[in-house]
Design a protein around this ligand. Structure first.
Ligand code: SF4
Ligand SMILES: [Zn+2]
Ligand SMILES: [Zn+2]
Length: 309
């Protein structure tokens, strides 16, 4: 079976939702082209941006770093650095941090590593121990996500970033949309967008250049490019509802190719109607000084609750 783009090489990948059969070279080129199209479609970057890339050490974030580094070379006034958050997950995060370090070194990208322990005085392993058997709805992931977001914003701002790029894929975005619906939090779903703008200047604007690329294609990209990434899953991932939604969506996609894109595009049409009319004013958290709409930000409230356990 020949590649139906170049017509010369053997196809190694079938894109079921479009019918394309691609050789390795055409596949890699198609992913990079798609990233550039997404960046330009949503006006994600300026020519002189200082970009902080959130790099966990997994395949998605390392592929993002690789591609953005490649693109950035054509923009002499832009610059790039990586932030890795070490949540403190024994037997898992150490390898990921090492992978991130190796790739940054190879690409010559500045690498900042910050840990939960130094920022909050508690690791995810310790959080998991505290919440285990307490019967609450929150899993380690619920804490981890909120606490990581705050660190990323803080560190990106402190290092002068004008954009914070994360490696959320199409799968991540669709999962989050469904999760918010399941939790009955549709207004929160309106925040699922490829680019977030903050008029107040307190949040570093976030961009997601992979938001229109399926997860399996990023995995294959990393594999073909020889990006050394951590392949094992986080030991807490299976506790989260997201994991069930992921399996459900993958089953649907297998039987009905294109389902993930359809949900994503449908949601794009609904999103503008979900935006709150009266956006609460941003202020600074009384405890940590980070931007929030409440007197005490979500991270500080979480830490307070954890200490009370
Ligand atoms: S799977 Fe959950 S606990 Fe593990 S790194 Fe991701 S958000 Fe954190
Ligand atoms: Zn080809
Ligand atoms: Zn706070």
């Amino acid at each position: 079976m020949l590649c139906n783009l170049c017509g010369k090489r053997e196809a190694v990948f079938i894109r079921h939702y479009s019918g394309e059969k691609l050789c390795k070279n055409c596949f890699l080129a198609s992913i990079e082209k798609k990233v550039k199209q997404t960046i330009s479609r949503y006006g994600m970057f300026r020519f002189d941006d200082r970009i902080a890339v959130a790099v966990s050490g997994g395949k998605d974030s390392l592929s993002l770093l690789y591609i953005l580094h490649k693109i950035e070379k054509n923009f002499p006034r832009a610059s790039l650095f990586a932030i890795t958050v070490d949540e403190g997950i024994g037997g898992y995060r150490e390898e990921a941090v090492k992978r991130a370090e190796e790739t940054c070194k190879r690409l010559g990208v500045k690498h900042v590593v910050v840990s939960f322990k130094e920022c909050y005085g508690i690791s995810v392993d310790e959080i998991a121990e505290k919440v285990e058997g307490k019967g609450g709805e929150l899993t380690p992931c619920s804490y981890c996500g909120v606490l990581r977001r705050r660190i990323l914003n803080k560190v990106a701002r402190e290092y002068g970033a004008t954009k914070l790029a994360t490696a959320h894929t199409l799968d991540d975005e669709v999962q989050t949309i469904l999760l918010n619906f399941i939790h009955g939090d549709i207004f929160r779903a309106s925040r699922v967008e490829p680019k977030t703008v903050d008029e107040t200047g307190k949040f570093v604007p976030r961009v997601k250049p992979f938001s229109e690329i399926p997860q399996e294609e990023i995995t294959l990209y990393a594999y073909f490019r020889g990006v050394g990434f951590q392949s094992s899953d986080c030991p807490y991932a299976h506790l989260a509802l997201r994991s069930e939604i992921r399996e459900f969506l993958n089953r649907l996609e297998y039987r009905h190719p294109g389902t993930k894109f359809t949900i994503y595009r449908s949601f794009e049409k609904v999103r503008p109607f979900l935006k709150p009319i009266n956006v609460p004013e941003l202020r600074l958290c009384e405890v940590c000084g980070e931007p929030t709409t409440k007197p005490i930000c979500e991270s500080c409230s979480m830490i307070k609750r954890l200490l009370a356990f």
